[in-house]
Design a protein around this ligand. Structure first.
Ligand code: GLU
Length: 217
């Protein structure tokens, strides 16, 4: 299990996310990635090298996105490579997910999704989550999240973005830590308080089974 960061605010999300991931680097990891949401959908950048490599790629992009999520992975299912690194997207590209923990029943969920025609591309347990969100999303985001979480057995800290809601990060936990950070102009999520941007002055500790949606809506 490694680390999660998420940011929504007035600053450049890509820089904040890379800074946050660097602060989680001490926990160890084997690969890392971020997803940035902008007008044309998600831009996903990943590396199986150091966070510094990710930061350099990210800064070349000159992204202006104000919302994104990031992850440092400690592989439990599937090799440590770029394909398996998080964030993972739904097939329709509407959902991006980062996950810490283990989805114990992922094999049966994967089988079900493959039968229904979903095209899963990684070897991870995590990828079933964005696919389930796509399956259950019928314009009601709360319902889709609720139905998806109900299907998951095991442990998770999750940060989820949906391209239909460019002002919202969904955070959820079950036996893995995730915290919410707030300031007047920013919302953040992280596995560890050290990864928050400096202006965050209010922290909410999610309890097991809780879902929280920091948003500007
Ligand atoms: N089980 C997930 C994977 O193998 C998440 C691992 C983690 O917590 O970093 O991709």
């Amino acid at each position: 299990m490694c680390g999660i960061v998420g940011y929504l605010g007035k600053k450049n999300a890509s820089e904040i996310l890379c800074d946050g991931l660097k602060k989680l680097e001490y926990r160890g990891y084997d690969s890392a990635g971020i997803a940035l949401l902008n007008g044309s959908g998600f831009r996903v950048l990943k590396t199986s090298k150091r966070i510094e490599t990710l930061s350099k790629t990210v800064s070349l992009e000159k992204s202006q996105s104000k919302i994104g999520i990031g992850h440092t992975r400690w592989a439990t299912h599937g090799e440590a490579n770029k394909q398996n690194a998080h964030p993972h997207l739904s097939e329709d590209g509407k959902f991006a997910v980062v996950h810490n923990g283990i989805i114990e029943n992922y094999l049966s969920l994967k089988e079900e999704l493959l039968k229904e025609g979903f095209n899963l591309k990684s070897e991870t347990d995590t990828e079933v989550i964005p696919m389930l969100l796509q399956k259950y999303y019928k314009k009601d985001i709360k319902e889709a999240v609720k139905k998806t979480l109900k299907r998951l057995e095991g442990s998770y800290a999750l940060a989820i973005l949906c391209s239909d809601y460019p002002d919202m990060i969904i955070a959820a936990r079950q036996f893995s830590p995730i915290i919410i950070g707030l300031s007047e102009t920013e919302k953040a999520v992280a596995s560890d308080i050290t990864a928050f941007p400096e202006d965050i002055n209010n922290v909410i500790y999610l309890k097991d089974g809780q879902v929280f949606c920091p948003s500007f809506v």
